[in-house]
Write a protein that binds this ligand. Structure first.
Ligand code: ZN
Length: 337
């Protein structure tokens, strides 16, 4: 059965959540595209949404002080798992140094939207771009930037990182951006759960609770919202907002869940609580150490659920969603145009 599933899905899989492997390519975009396409080919992935990551040291300094870090880590002082977490341990002794390291972490992991657009253009139609929200400019300026990006490249949506951007998804300043996405038929992807580094602190990741998307989903019924990581992303508290993500996707037609950085056990729970049609396969490549994209796809192909369920998660739901946005890609079997 596995062989049959593998052969029918191979080459058609749509990955709704990948990032540019810029570090593996020493910062070179065309090399990063090569590495990414090679991974996709080996995993039988035809199309991937490649997501930009933007964060700013200025925004970080504006929202986090060493004192804040010190008080945020206090409740974890007797948590053995937290004490083994290098960042959280360092906060107790050198919070200023932790903030400096966090800025260095940015330098290593950021992928500006312009680079993602460049990668999309160099991918021969295999990659669809997702820009990153950026809080440095006004919402109006950000939308102008998006328009420029879309003029030159296939950008299908925007990702908001409530952690990195220190913003609740229902913040009034995002309304202007949401209105634009909704009227242009673009996707909204929202990071949920914790994030590496200081965002493992529960006090700093509460903004990434999917519950803040509830009013957004209600106000913008024509906006397709994807809850990345199903509220679960966390090293210390895996599944931290899983229940909230399930509740949201279950009660709103326009809310989907992406499976990146979650376990198959959670996917199984989501299947029964929310329904197969709301799940989109995502790998979060290259952010899983020691694994290839093909290892993750393989785990899904061996997942003990009926073949049609795998088809839905790894291909059909994504293809339907992209088609509903008017995307007719040759790689998705649509008419040219
Ligand atoms: Zn990601």
């Amino acid at each position: 059965m596995t062989t049959k599933d593998a052969s029918s899905l191979s080459g058609r899989i749509i990955d709704f959540h990948v990032h540019l492997p810029l570090r593996d390519a020493s910062g070179d975009v065309s090399r990063a595209v090569e590495v990414l396409l090679h991974e996709m080919d080996n995993a039988g992935v035809s199309t991937a949404l490649v997501i930009a990551i933007e964060a700013s040291p200025e925004i970080l300094r504006r929202h986090v002080t060493p004192e804040l870090l010190r008080s945020a880590v206090q409740p974890l002082a007797y948590d053995w798992k937290a004490l083994t977490h290098p960042t959280l341990y360092s906060i107790m002794t050198d919070p200023e140094g932790v903030l400096r390291d966090q800025v260095k972490l940015y330098e290593n992991h950021l992928a500006p939207s312009e680079l993602v657009a460049e990668a999309v253009n160099a991918s021969g139609g295999r990659l669809l771009g997702v820009a990153s929200y950026c809080r440095l400019n006004s919402p109006e300026e950000y939308v102008e930037r998006l328009e420029r990006l879309r003029r030159d490249s296939l950008i299908v949506g925007v990702k908001v990182y409530p952690t990195l951007h220190f913003i609740k998804p229902d913040a009034p300043e995002l309304e202007y951006v949401y209105d634009y996405l909704e009227s242009e038929g673009l996707l909204l992807i929202v990071h949920t759960g914790c994030d590496p580094g200081i965002w493992e602190l529960p006090a700093l990741c509460t903004t990434a609770n999917p519950r803040y998307l509830e009013p957004v989903a209600r106000r913008h019924r024509d906006l397709t919202i994807i809850v990345a990581h199903m509220g679960s992303y966390s090293y210390l508290f895996p599944g931290i907002y899983f229940a909230e993500a399930l509740r949201l996707a279950r009660s709103h037609d326009n809310v989907y869940l992406d499976t990146s950085a979650t376990t198959l056990h959670q996917v199984k729970i989501a299947l029964s609580r929310v329904g197969v049609e709301k799940l989109l396969y995502g790998s979060d490549y290259p952010y899983f150490s020691g694994l290839h994209m093909s290892d993750i796809v393989e785990a899904y192909l061996e997942f003990r659920v009926p073949g049609w369920v795998k088809e839905a998660i790894l291909h059909d739901n994504a293809a339907r969603l992209l088609a509903s946005l008017g995307l007719r890609l040759p790689s998705l079997g649509g008419a040219p145009g």
